[in-house]
Design a protein around this ligand. Structure first.
Ligand SMILES: [Zn+2]
Length: 341
């Protein structure tokens, strides 16, 4: 039952009706199929089960986003922070987890506002450490490669997380260069080198999940060679490095979704199913509030490059529709609930 529910949830997360997908040359159905073949079970099922197996009440989880900051998009985009906020809300309710949201400082204002819109107060450091469980705080990760490795190690030492979830968080290609999904280069000074958190996680036995929608995001290293076959700019980028935009950074579980936020919702939907509590997954009204808070505080739609109520070109109503489908699917599954894991 849980496997079939996972397949249904995965299918919703990979519905492709965003206007930029063909234009950008991405092919989420093909990327998803490769991710499924390599991992052997529904992706959202694997992620949620891994979290349940590794995170106990009061344990810390990192949720990390950031697709890069540039002069056209100075505070980042709406795909990423909204998924992180949905995860923070879901992880505190499902597992009693303590969640640290991490992104570039330039994105701090919309990230915190989106968390608040999800119903999660962003505690200061002292309060966060005082809380025994179910708390959220924020940590910035500075731009550029300098000291990125040390910062990643310091964050792990400070919080000792049991899991890290990367949502629309770009990873480097085999030449160590970050690229946008179009294959253009992301300037080093416009990017925080968050992939060092993956290295720190691997060294410390921390469970990792990567969620992306293009092939250039952390996690897609799991199917690196396949991305190069499926996506044209995966093999040949538009910058002198010549190694394509496909990232080499791998995670324990990779989730390929049509829009990265939706992959995050899919994990929360599976947590709601496993924990037999639909309210672990946010509702349509909360979806509206999160996207509104994110956009009004400076995050732009990644396709239109405007602070409008949409994500990757899909209006808020389309995102709410995904939430409705996920909620109805979980509701149906819980009618026949059996503890199958
Ligand atoms: Zn390049």
């Amino acid at each position: 039952m849980s496997i079939s529910t996972g397949h249904r949830i995965d299918r919703i997360c990979t519905l492709d009706f965003h206007p930029g997908s063909g234009h950008l040359g991405s092919n989420i159905e093909a990327l998803y199929q490769e991710a499924l073949d390599v991992q052997g079970a529904p992706l959202t099922y694997l992620a949620a089960k891994g979290l349940i197996d590794t995170v106990s009440e009061g344990d810390t989880v990192f949720v990390i986003t950031g697709t890069g900051i540039d002069k056209w998009c100075p505070a980042g985009e709406t795909d990423g922070p909204v998924g992180c906020a949905a995860l923070a809300r879901g992880l505190t309710r499902a597992l009693g987890a303590k969640v640290v949201a991490i992104c570039e400082d330039e994105m701090a204002v919309p990230m915190k506002a989106t968390l608040m819109a999800a119903g999660e107060y962003v505690f200061n450091e002292e309060m966060f450490f005082d809380m025994p469980s179910s708390a959220v705080t924020f940590e910035p990760f500075p731009l550029g490669p300098e000291k990125a490795r040390e910062i990643a190690e310091e964050l792990v030492k400070k919080y000792q997380p049991k899991a890290m979830i990367f949502v629309e968080r770009l990873g480097p290609n085999e030449a160590g260069v970050y690229h946008f999904v179009t294959g253009t280069v992301n300037p080093p000074k416009g990017m925080s080198y968050g992939h060092h958190l993956v290295d720190a996680a691997k060294e410390n036995g921390i469970f990792t999940i990567g969620i992306g929608d293009g092939g250039n995001e952390i996690g897609f290293g799991k199917i690196h060679s396949k991305i190069q076959e499926i996506v044209e700019v995966g093999r040949t980028c538009k910058c002198p490095c010549g190694k394509g935009m496909a990232t080499v950074t791998d995670t324990d579980v990779l989730i390929a979704a049509s829009i990265s936020n939706w992959g995050a919702y899919g994990i929360v939907a599976m947590l709601a199913y496993f924990k037999n509590d639909l309210n672990i997954l946010h509702d349509e009204e909360t979806e509206y509030r999160m996207i509104e808070a994110c956009a009004l505080n400076g995050c732009l739609d990644g396709l239109f490059i405007k602070p409008i109520l949409s994500v990757d070109g899909v209006p808020v109503s389309g995102n709410q529709a995904i939430v409705t489908l996920l909620r109805e699917t979980v509701k149906k599954a819980l009618m026949h609930y059996e503890r199958a894991f």
